[in-house]
Design a protein around this ligand. Structure first.
Ligand code: WCA
Length: 534
């Protein structure tokens, strides 16, 4: 049984992403496109369009060619979109890098993506240099600000080189190459074409349209597809100013909402928790807010209601998607009334969904379920990724021959077309809306000489959503402590991936073939209530 969107189809947007987003920049002219939420520096639409063209010219002169991959390694800033569209105009695909990635993590991404160019910022330039050295193949490291020995994007924006003429095929050429763990394993490059991202903008805007006088706050990171598309591409396409913050800090966020009269807040559940409960919220004038949308991780319905009540905004909107969906497949319509609590919304236009029984029928064939029944959500539409870069087996395991993306999430649809996500079959841990791949942490733990075996699972946590917890089998004779192992892992991974607790066990569950059975650990934990209490 295939569920179809109730909205009229949208035609695919066959434009390069910079044209899809900045096509009306001249019309928007001097209107602010980007406002630095910390110091108020403003970039107009005209200036954004102009600088992105000049940066493209300078990148082309430096040697960037169509098909190259450029790694963008920076917290949110008003330079970020300028570099992004500059790179795509030069024909490059942008692989976005977490600013807190370790040099090793960054080097893996550089190697895997084949990136030849890096754009970073002065505080991170050392890590970028190390990563480039480890990976090899990087031709130049640029900076958005200033760092000696590196060309600055600020100077490149004044380049007099000719703007490159690049023939982009929107349906085939990649605009972005974010990394996602998908349903299993370690991070993989998600191939998103110009067309998949641009079309998803239209799909999304059908349900959550921008108003002429909206102001969006970009506090979530641009390096994730949520930030890149919903906070950067989407508002800029409609002439809406984006107030940019470098990182999440509750007071700084509230100050920016008050000062710049922000109307739309796009967040993840940990921010909803703070908005609902933190005493600081009461000290700010947040009356400009018209709506709050939460995505990236499951949101508790009562928490959502408490947040809306406190802020005096309509019930919180949710959206659902994943990096592999450019990123959206469902959203609660901005102006809908009578929205049932807890729903992630309705199918976006041009999007189909199946709800499939996990495990399938007797021969493993998919068994479709009807409304009200819980199953794995399968999605098909123009927003589905082209695949994982260089990984045909992983791609085939995620997007089947008929184009259905198997999300790894369990959900259901009700008789009115509202969709709910209730569980997850993929083994990925979601910490504050960030993906943490258990296999990656297990590999780090197994690299320690005192560790004979290890398994990592997520356990529920109010503030983080889920916390990565490790079950470790010590080598005979070893007396290593939990704290020592926690510190060992923390020294080797980005902070959001830290193992938060370690339990020593005699063995971790494995199948006869040696496959780790993480689900067994989770089930054991659920039976005991608190599997990991110290
Ligand atoms: C704003 C959050 C929610 C909370 O921020 P935070 O509490 O400051 O923590 P961080 O997560 O930034 O940092 C992790 C840790 O690193 C630490 N950290 C911080 N900066 C430092 C430092 N410079 N040195 C060292 N340590 C540090 C920080 O203190 C923290 O430590 P700890 O408190 O122990 O966890 C942040 O986690 C966040 O942005 N999460 C969202 C991630 C995200 O965008 N995911 C999207 C994936 S794509 C997706 O789901 C798509 C959805 C979608 C679907 C459909 C649609 O239509 C639209 C969208």
């Amino acid at each position: 049984m295939v569920f179809r969107s109730e909205y009229p189809d949208v035609p695919p947007v066959d434009l390069p992403i910079h044209d899809a987003v900045l096509g009306r920049a001249a019309e928007f002219g001097d209107r602010p496109a980007l406002i630095d939420g910390a110091d108020g520096t403003t970039v107009s639409y005209r200036a954004l369009d102009h600088t992105s063209r000049r940066i493209a010219a300078a990148l082309a002169e430096a040697g960037v060619r169509k098909g190259d991959v450029l790694a963008l390694h920076s917290p949110n800033s008003i330079a970020y979109p300028q570099v992004f569209y500059g790179a795509t105009r030069a024909g490059a695909a942008v692989t976005t890098v977490h600013p807190l990635a370790t040099a090793h993590e960054f080097a893996s991404q550089l190697r895997d993506s084949g990136a030849a160019w890096i754009v970073t910022v002065a505080p991170l330039v050392e890590v970028a240099r190390q990563a480039a050295e480890l990976a090899g193949g990087v031709r130049e490291v640029f900076v958005c600000d200033r760092a000696s020995g590196h060309r600055s994007v600020q100077d490149m924006a004044a380049s007099t080189a000719p703007e490159p003429v690049v023939d982009i095929d929107p349906g085939a050429d990649l605009a972005a190459l974010p990394y996602s763990s998908g349903t299993t394993g370690t991070p993989k490059g998600v191939m998103l074409t110009h067309r998949s991202i641009a079309t998803n903008l239209v799909q999304q805007a059908t349900l959550v349209p921008a108003e002429e006088d909206d102001r969006v706050l970009a506090v979530l990171p641009f390096f994730h597809i949520y930030g890149l598309t919903v906070l950067m591409n989407a508002p800029l396409r409609h002439g809406v100013p984006v107030v940019v913050l470098p990182r999440y800090d509750l007071r700084q966020m509230l100050t920016a909402v008050e000062r710049y009269r922000v109307t739309a807040l796009y967040v993840a559940p940990p921010v909803v928790l703070a908005l609902a409960k933190d005493p600081a919220v009461a000290g700010f004038d947040l009356s400009s807010l018209r709506y709050v949308l939460s995505a990236a991780a499951p949101l508790d319905a009562e928490l959502a209601a408490a947040c809306a009540r406190r802020l005096g905004v309509p019930p919180l909107l949710q959206a659902f998607g994943m990096t592999e969906l450019s990123p959206g497949s469902h959203a609660v319509p901005r102006y809908a009334t009578d929205v049932p609590p807890g729903t992630v919304g309705k199918l976006m236009p041009g999007t189909e969904m199946r709800v499939v029984a996990p495990g399938g029928g007797p021969d493993g064939e998919p068994v479709d379920l009807g409304p009200g029944q819980d199953g794995e959500l399968w999605i098909r539409g123009p927003q589905v990724m082209r695949g994982y870069l260089g990984r045909p087996t992983d791609t085939a395991a995620t997007v089947d021959a008929d184009g259905w993306l198997h999300t790894g999430d369990i959900g259901r649809i009700d008789a009115d077309g509202w969709v709910y996500v209730v569980d997850r079959i993929k083994e990925l841990i979601k910490y504050k809306g960030y993906q943490v791949a258990p296999a990656e942490l297990e590999a780090v733990l197994l690299g320690h000489e005192a560790v004979a075996d290890a398994a990592v699972i997520g356990v529920p946590d109010e503030a983080g959503g889920e916390l990565p917890v490790a079950y470790v089998v010590r080598r005979e004779g070893s007396r290593i402590t939990a704290d020592e192992l926690i510190a060992y892992v923390a020294g080797r991974v980005a902070p959001y991936k830290k193992v938060r607790r370690v339990e020593f066990v005699p063995a971790v569950p494995r199948s006869a073939a040696g496959k780790l059975l993480r689900r067994r650990l989770r089930e054991a934990g659920a039976r005991e209530g608190s599997p990991t209490s110290p």
